[in-house]
Design a protein around this ligand. Structure first.
Ligand SMILES: [Mn+2]
Length: 318
């Protein structure tokens, strides 16, 4: 049995859509919410004959990958996150590139020589690689309407991946993959007015409108921190809402808090759009913090550290 292991966001799902349109294959699908990245360990070593892994850091899956290699299972690994120490093996084929202007779907696009490039461009938009995605649109002579639709598709599929567990999501990423695979190209998806594209768009609008009533914890010229009520919609929209706030006031840093089951908070941090650095530096000052320069997060911020978080954020960008 072949296993397809993929991140539940736009980049992971659309990388697999491209691959399986080009190389159809019966497979067992393994995925989860966007933050669920230690996925390879879910592969059944006994029945696996081959494995494809997309858009989850090799560093977080080293042990499981080694275990597959030890069991003579060939692996194709495509990703753009930190790989850590990669053990050489003729069984392990890697396409890993950590440059800031690359995502997994663009790597798959190269591998397939651009065969399904529209899906790859949507994924690049989903991973917020807007400049690269726009450039790809230009290179391929894509008109403005299609370009806007691809950007929306990337945003919506990415948005669908956020949640505490897959129960929070509108579509389980497995189902989203299966439904999208039924379309040869995103254009067919856009022209079907009853497709999931329009369902997701509707759902997104509802969530983002609710977020407008977010509780403001702190607001200055430097940064703004808000908290959302403890609800499924809050967990779905928190990441994208951070991006929206950043777009509205590009000179400010932003933090969006949602409450966890244990009373701690998940924090999404966005650096000011006009100064896209340091979000990770702010977050790693707290246990369970991490991320990239422009967008980072803290998985479990204790309630009593909210004030400390706000002053770190304020002082960092002051
Ligand atoms: Mn990605």
């Amino acid at each position: 049995m072949h296993f397809d292991v993929f991140n539940g966001d736009a980049d992971g799902i659309l990388a697999l859509v491209q691959l399986r349109l080009a190389e159809p294959k019966q497979s067992t699908l393994i995925t989860g919410v966007k933050r669920d990245i230690a996925l390879v360990k879910q592969v059944d070593v006994e029945t696996a004959t081959s494995v494809t892994v997309l858009d989850v850091s090799l560093e977080k899956n080293t042990v499981a990958v080694q275990n597959l290699i030890n069991n003579q299972v060939p692996i194709l690994y495509v990703d753009h996150h930190r790989p850590g120490e990669v053990s050489e093996s003729p069984l392990l084929t890697t396409m890993i590139n950590t440059s800031a202007d690359v995502c997994t779907s663009l790597l798959v696009n190269d591998y397939l020589k651009g065969k399904h490039h529209l899906w790859a461009i949507a994924a690049a938009f989903g991973d917020n690689l807007t400049a690269v995605a726009n450039q790809q649109c230009q290179l391929n002579g894509i008109n403005t309407t299609l370009q806007n639709n691809l950007a929306t598709l990337g945003k919506l599929v990415n948005y669908n991946g956020y949640g505490r567990s897959t129960d929070d999501l509108h579509y389980h990423p497995k189902d989203l993959f299966i439904e999208l695979l039924a379309y040869q190209s995103p254009e067919a998806l856009f022209s079907n007015k009853s497709s999931l594209f329009y369902d997701l768009e509707q759902a997104f609008k509802q969530d983002i409108n609710k977020a407008a009533s977010a509780h403001v914890l702190f607001d200055s010229d430097i940064c703004k921190v808000v908290s959302l009520e403890d609800a499924k919609w809050s967990r779905r929209v928190s990441g994208v809402f951070g991006n929206e706030l950043a777009n509205q006031t590009p000179d400010k840093a932003h933090g969006v808090l949602t409450r966890n089951l244990d009373g701690s908070y998940t924090v999404s941090v966005r650096a000011p759009l006009n100064n896209k650095q340091g979000a990770d530096e702010v977050c790693i000052q707290f246990p369970s913090g991490g991320g990239r320069a422009g967008a980072a997060g803290i998985n479990a911020l204790p309630e009593e550290q909210i004030e400390a978080f706000i002053s770190v954020l304020q002082n960092y960008y002051n």
